[in-house]
Design a protein around this ligand. Structure first.
Ligand code: CU1
Length: 149
């Protein structure tokens, strides 16, 4: 939606602005190999949800690259194993991996990327993880995503 229209609506309909704002989140992947969030909650009212990953560090992606990948918890390890084999040139992610619900590209310091996904892909009673697929990063760089709270 156009920002000016969103602003106009937010002045007249505060509830609308709140719910629109709530269907996005921002997460940082740092030079210290961390995400600044361990949990993301997607409200059931959101038809789509947008995640913006920012890398505020300075290291290049070949050294300290980060991406944000969402999958069912049970699928995470296989995605990591196959992603590692795919190499940095493929962003440490197997091409067209159908287990991946959403993902950003692999970022180096100073870069950012956003991904918007359809929440119809999520179930309220399932376990989801977000993680970075750069080799070994998911030991620290992972968190839980909940839908329907
Ligand atoms: Cu990473």
């Amino acid at each position: 939606m156009h920002r000016a229209l969103l602003l106009a609506l937010s002045l007249t309909l505060p509830g609308f602005a709140w719910s629109a704002e709530d269907c996005t989140t921002e997460i940082h992947g740092t030079d210290q190999m961390t995400f600044d969030k361990t949990e993301i909650v997607v409200p059931a009212s959101c038809k789509t949800f947008t995640v913006t990953l920012k890398h505020p560090g300075e290291m290049p992606k070949e050294v300290m690259g980060h991406n944000w990948i969402l999958s069912k918890t049970d699928d995470m390890q296989a995605i990591l194993d196959e992603g590692s084999a795919a190499g940095v040139e493929n962003g440490y992610l197997k091409t067209a991996d159908t287990r991946v619900i959403a993902h950003t590209r692999l970022l180096g310091g100073g870069e950012q990327d956003s991904v918007t996904f359809d929440t119809a892909k999520l179930k309220a009673d399932a376990d989801y993880q977000f993680f970075c697929s750069f080799p070994a990063h998911a030991v620290l760089m992972k968190g839980r995503l909940k839908f329907g709270a």
